[in-house]
Ligand binder design. Structure first.
Ligand SMILES: NC(=O)c1ccc[n+]([C@@H]2O[C@H](COP(=O)([O-])OP(=O)(O)OC[C@H]3O[C@@H](n4cnc5c(N)ncnc54)[C@H](OP(=O)(O)O)[C@@H]3O)[C@@H](O)[C@H]2O)c1
Length: 329
């Protein structure tokens, strides 16, 4: 029987998501890795409990997180039943559809047919009546934006999600989608892009659109899937994601250019008396348009370790300039 830590809200900082009523924790936990069939149930349980016990109220899922597809939602449903049912109203739970999920023409992309079927499946797997946030996971240039956004609007109006969001949309695509959602009367709460020191694409227009439209932003993979911990500087550790689950993170990512930058950034972190991943998380959160860094974790200690940024001194102008110089090399 799980009883949440009574002091769970003491240390976390919450930031407003765009101009909505929603406050999100600075760090949120994603279930992309370590919640499928290959991770022991006890590990998953410890990750979720540690997160919630420390004020991480936001868990992020998608229909196809696993492996196999659907398994992270299915496992989350079991954790929901066992641990989190009494805390449902303290949690902000998201899921998504947009990538391949089931065979045939209706299990991928952005049709109304796919999105409505997918949210119904997700709710069953997660044993939820509704999710707090439902995303279109990636843009679909072949489906009219009116159809995809119309489906998101319908999902909210039918009570299956409280808010909707976009993920991986470019600045231009996001602008069009946000406009259509506004017209429909279901505002876009948030955009979820990849963002880290090693991938700054959102700075070329997307963050301007989000600021103008007052849409929130949650940065996924702020540690570049673990590269920004420095753990790959001397090879590939046996306990790392690259060694254990190389579906997405491959040795080809370890280029000399990237490793050189990581080494130099680690030097700055050490001068600040912290670890590279702390610097990387603080850096992502330096722009107030980003409410949240959406991390993954393979061990509960990683979550508590990352939480130490909440009491770290902010980055100074001089440090930011030095980081900028390294990233621009
Ligand atoms: N919308 C999208 O298209 C999309 C795409 C990708 C991800 N996401 C979301 O973003 C979430 C996070 O992605 P991610 O897991 O790649 O994020 P990440 O935070 O960049 O990487 C997480 C990994 O870094 C390592 N790590 C984290 N903290 C550490 C610490 N203190 N010390 C040592 N290692 C540490 C762990 O890897 P080890 O296994 O090596 O320990 C952990 O699994 C996903 O779960 C998902 O919710 C969304």
């Amino acid at each position: 029987m799980y009883t949440a830590n009574e002091a769970r809200y003491a240390g976390m900082q919450y930031r407003r998501c765009g101009n909505s009523g929603v406050m999100l924790p600075c760090l949120a936990l994603g279930l992309w890795h370590n919640f499928g069939a290959i991770t022991p149930f006890e590990t998953q349980q410890a990750l979720l409990r540690t997160a919630f016990d420390n004020g991480i109220t936001h868990f992020d899922l998608a229909n196809n997180y696993g492996p196999p597809y659907g398994e992270a939602e299915r496992n989350f449903g079991i954790h929901m039943e066992r641990d989190f049912r009494p805390y449902r109203d303290e949690l902000f739970i998201s899921t998504k559809a947009g990538y391949d999920m089931w065979p045939g023409p209706y299990g991928d992309h952005g049709s109304r047919k796919y999105l409505i079927s997918s949210i119904d499946q997700s709710l069953k797997r997660m044993k939820l009546d509704y999710v707090d946030l439902f995303y279109h996971h990636r843009p679909d240039p072949d489906t009219p934006i009116e159809e995809t956004m119309g489906a998101l609007d319908q999902i909210v109006r039918s009570g299956k999600a409280l808010y909707v969001g976009l993920s991986n949309y470019s600045a231009e695509q996001a602008k069009a989608a946000v406009k259509e959602l506004k017209r429909l009367g279901t505002p876009c709460l948030i955009h979820q892009p990849r963002y880290s020191m090693l991938d700054r694409w959102i700075e070329n227009g997307l963050t301007d659109v989000l600021r103008e439209e007052k849409v929130g932003c949650i940065a996924f993979a702020p540690l570049a899937n673990g590269l920004l911990t420095g753990k790959y500087l001397e090879g590939i550790p046996a306990e790392s994601r690259m060694a254990k689950d190389g579906r997405y993170l491959k040795p080809a990512a370890l280029t000399d250019e990237k490793l050189g930058k990581i080494r130099a950034l680690k030097g700055i972190a050490e001068e600040r008396g912290q670890k590279l991943h702390h610097l990387a998380l603080q850096w992502v959160l330096r722009d107030p348009v980003v409410s949240t860094a959406l991390i993954g974790a393979s061990r509960p200690e990683q979550i508590t370790d990352n939480l130490s940024i909440l009491s770290a001194p902010p980055l100074t102008e001089a440090e930011l300039k030095r980081i900028e110089a390294i990233l621009n090399q």
